[in-house]
Every structure is written in structure tokens, then in C-alpha cells.
Write a protein that binds this ligand. Sequence first.
Ligand code: IVH
Length: 686
Amino acid sequence: MTNANDQISPAARAAFLRQEIQRHSRLYFQDDNPEIPDAQFDLLVRELEVLEASHPELISPGSPTAMVGAPTGGRALKEVTRAIPMLSLDKALSAEEIQDFEDRVKRFLGTSESVPFRTMPKFDGLAVELIYAGRILTLASTRGDGRTGEDITPNVKTISSIPQTLNSSAPGSELRVRGEVYMDKSEFVRLNEEREAAGLSVFANPRNAAAGSLRQLDSRETSRRRLSFFAYGLAEPEMAEVETYAGLMVRLAEWGFPVEASAASRSTDKISEVIAILEKLANDRDQLPYEVDGLVVTVDSLSLWPRLGATSRSPRYAVAAKFKPRAAVTKVLSIEVQVGRTGALTPVAIMEPALVGGVTVSQATLHNEDELKRKDVRPGDWVQIQRAGDVIPEIIAVELQRRPPDLAPFEFPHHCPVCGTEAVRKLDEAVSRCPNPSCPAQIEARLIHFAHKGALDIEGLGQKVAALLLSKELVGQPSDLFRLTLTKLQALPRFGSKSAANLIAAIDKARTKNLWRFINGLSIRHVGERSSQILAGHFKSLKALSEATREQLLSLNDIGPEVAQSVLDFFQSPLNQSFISDLIGQELGVKPTFEEPLASGGLSGQRFVLTGTLSGMTRAEAKARIIAKGGRVLSAVSRETDFVVAGEAAGSKLTEAKKLGIPTLDEKGLLALLDGGSAPAEKPEN
Ligand code: IVH
């Protein structure tokens, strides 16, 4: 059979593909009415790319493939759901916490003998999972939230150190390899220089650069940025058929993966040695070609791993020992008072840019008026700053010996610096606020919050875009976002057709996000993600929530009087009433979806009190595991308590539970409950 394409010239086929890609982009973005699934669309783009690669004369600047970053017209990466989640690691922030890790391991194993460990630098990149089937790389994904990540297969295939085919010693069955994609420091510098020359924004650190490169929709862009990879584990370590973590590293290397040599080369059973290795690595880190942010310490014997198990977040057989935060000294140029979404006035120190652990820092929050007074930071002061991990930089102390004698203390303003309204500070609060809900700064901050990751997650709507939309009066309140159109956006200075289409698509997606995200996005004081989930779970719609009574709110587990009051206050304000009725009116097509947030096996809202000594875990661990399942751990027994967990030598709390008729659990009962079974609780008679 002849292929119909054989008779068509490559030029005609390319023209046809371009036209089709554009038509489908339009159907998808403008008409919200796609004719074909994403995967089929991607195939059209891929076919055009292949055609252009073999016929370079066909490449034209107007081609959809020439649009860097998003040849697929801004379509998102596909989601990948995995059966064996990628967990994160617990952190140890000091030598004591490393010691605690060893103690915990020994206690769990019920041994006083030393346990051999392996150490490996903690690479500061992105965790990925690579799936091989028949020794061929078939799927690569980001970690995402552990269970669901993003499909980055075409991008990963451009990384030269990742084998696309494994050596014959590797098993032919499905193999899931985990490791870190990172960018060398030298490549980071090169990339930023290139971007700067091209007038593009630069990346703050190699990790962000690696992440940005890996999540490109156009894999040719990824291939232009040289990324590297280290393998450090398997989803199913037993597939390596080895006894130890060191053996696992040797296997991974045999199969064809790049591994970092240290874990295979020495084991140590003295925790003091681990601490020394960490210190040495901290001293040597600047000499390494890549960024590291700590040392991963792992129990060497793989047979102990299942015995130690994992919490829902992290395995118990490994820990990430972090370096001490890097500090620097710099000068405070001024103190700015910023206005947050609830009107809170936050002093921020603007500093001479300083390099702290590879990142340029030029601002640090001073939290509130009291904190500012306590630290007594003044414009013109020299200050010590530090940054721990990704945390916002902090001023540790003022170098008083360097303070010029005439430096005046900073006067905290009595008025909102943006709208001029007199600031209000309640007696029992550390924060002064601008009480004017129509303050432009608050409106902007609320718009940004509405769109942020924990709320409607509208990518592309950060501070700059929010400010632009407000200044052009395209948006007044957050619900106006749903009135934006491609034409309106394209008329704005910063927007090209690509970025406009991307933003419209992200807003479209937000219309049907989960109800709790909408609630979180409203900027109700004291209502964060967790309260939003509780409120969504009970009221099931924005309308019902807006009509909630004080009694209804207070009847909910975990909603206290403060939260209840601010929910009531919020819906009583005329400004908010008009916002909500606009949001839920027919016109905007906003239809929040509703799911039970902590449905299966959750201990959502249940109150626990722990007493006595548990044998298999510490109290802190029991607490962490209860919280991880949505439960709460309180210190005193009351009528509100749902379960009292009683270990060895339980005292007065157990007596109290019995008196109040509260069910008690022993350790086995708790474990059963945590595993999602029903609790074999003992209900006292009476
Ligand atoms: S885990 C039990 N090793 O840290 C297996 N994770 O895992 C122990 N990470 O985001 C090995 N370098 O991407 C391990 N050498 C390393 C690592 C490492 C970086 C990251 C990983 C994840 C986080 C927690």
C-alpha cells in the first residue's frame, strides 16, 4: 500500500501541519472546544519538527515549532501517576539531629549495636523517575507531589548522561530508576550569560535553571542547556539483587547509569564520622562542579529498609543532613513597608545585594513592627543575613560596632504607605494594618493570592502581570480575571500572542478547580489551605459558605471562634458580597468542583492525646504519623478528644479518658488506624 503522504511534497505537508496546529491551538485556547486529544496534537507538532529537522529549508520563523518554550501552543506537560510514590527525606539540621536519626534507627530495630551507614552528597537539582522496559527508556517524570508528576520523556532523552538503552546486565522487566537531574555550575553561568545577552531574565540558581530547562515544552530548548544526572535509587531496590546500598550503586553503574562514587566507596558505623563527612563536604562544596545542599545518610543494609519502613512522607532508613545556613554581611539601604492582602503592614529591609550560598539576596522581611523594634535595624546599618535552604532570607543581627553614631532609628509609619489611611493595631496583635479594603496594594495582593499555587494556581499571573491588569483597569476584583479575553490581553504591552494564550488557558482551567482552592483564594483572614478544605468539605459550595451562621461554623472540628468570626466578617463586607455574587453568577462559567479532600483512610479532624511510652516509635513519630493522616494531637484530654493512645506506664491522662468515656487505643490499635483499618478501640464501660 502506498502512503498518501508519499505523493505530497514535504513543503506541502509542512504547510498543512502548520495550518492544522494553528487551527487546533485556536480551538483549544480561544473556543475552548478542542477537536482532538492533547496526545494527537503533540503528534502533529512532533511530525512537523521531524520534517523541519530533515528539511531545514522548510524552517520558518512563523512556524509553531519556532516558538521557544511552547511549540504546543502552551499546552501543559502530561501528568504521570505512579504506584510507588517518590518520597522525600526527613531533614537533620544539626549534629544532634543526625544523632537522633541514628538513635531512632536503633530503637526501631530494637538493637544497641552499631548500624552501618552510607553517605552521598545531596545534589541540588530535581528528582526524576526513569522507567525502562526491555532496557529501553520509555517514560521519564518529575517528582511532582510524589504520586503525580509530569511527563518529561522527550526532554530527558536530550540528557546525554542518561542511558536510553541499558547494558545487557540490567533486568529486562520494568525498572524504575530514581535520581537527580542537575545543572553544572559552569553551564549555569554560561546559560545566564547567554540569556542576559539576549535580554532574557536570568535564573537565580542552578536548581531553578535545571527545573526550567527540564519542564520546557520544547525539548530542543532542553537540549541546548546541558543537564546532567546522578542515579541514587530504585523504586523497587530488590530488583538490583544486592544486599547493600553500596551494592545498589555498583549495580546502577554496571547497568549504565552515572553514580556518585562516595556511597559505594566507604561505609561508616560511627555517627561521629558522618558528622565529620558532612563538615568536610560543607568545606569542599565550592570546589565541586555542581551544587550540593547536604549529605544523604542511608542505612546500608537493604534488608533493614522494610523493617524500618516509611511514614507517608519519608523513609525511616535515610535522612538528609543539611549544611548550616550560609551567612553574609551587607548594608541596609532602606526599610520599605509593604501592604499585604489583609492589610498587614510588613517592614522589609532593602539591602545592598549580597551573595549568600550562591544566591543574590537584596531583601529580607522584618516581619512586623515589634520584630523591627527588637532587632532595631536602621537604614544604613550593617547586618548579618542568612538563608536556610529555600527559606526567605533573614536578618540575624545588626553589627552595632559598625553603626555610625548619628544613625536614626526607623519610625514605623502610622498610615498606610500606599493609600494613606490611618493604620490600626489591635492591642493583642503584633501587626499594624491598613483598614481600607479598597487600598490598591491590598487589591493587588489579593489578586496575586487568588492566582497563587495554593489557590487557583493560575500560572503566569504573578506580581508584574497583576499590577499591569489592575493599572489598565482590565481587572478590578479577582472575579474579573474570568472576563479576560485573548484580544484584551494581546493589546497589553508585555503580552505576545503566546503568553496571552497561555494565561487565558490557565484562567480557563481555574474555572473548575476544587472548591477549597477558591475558598483559600478569597483571602479570608486566618483561613489557609487546611481551613479551606474543612470549610469546603462541610459547605460544599461558595453560596452555602457565604450564608453560614456562627453556630454552623463553630460546630466544625478545627474551626475556632477566631476563624469563624473572620469568615462571618468577610461575607458581611459589601465589597466581598459583590465579589462573591459576581464569582458565582452564571455569567463567568465558574464551577468549582468538589471532592472529599481527605477521604480514604484519613483521620481528618480527629483529636488524639498520647500518653505513656510506645515501644515501636517515639511520641514525636506517632504524632507526625497522626498529623500526616489529617489528625490532630493535643496535650490534654477533654470531652472533645476522639482517642487516647496509651503506651506503657500511662498515667493520669488514661484515668481521665476512662472517666470521660473516651475510647483508648494501644500501640497496635493506633497502627491499625494509621494503616487505614478501623480502630480496635477499647471503649470504657459506663
Ligand atoms: S535518596 C533511600 N540521595 O533529595 C535512598 N535523594 O529524597 C537514599 N536528593 O528531592 C537516596 N540528592 O531528589 C537521595 N544523593 C541523594 C540525593 C537525593 C538529592 C533529593 C531528591 C529528593 C530529596 C529527598
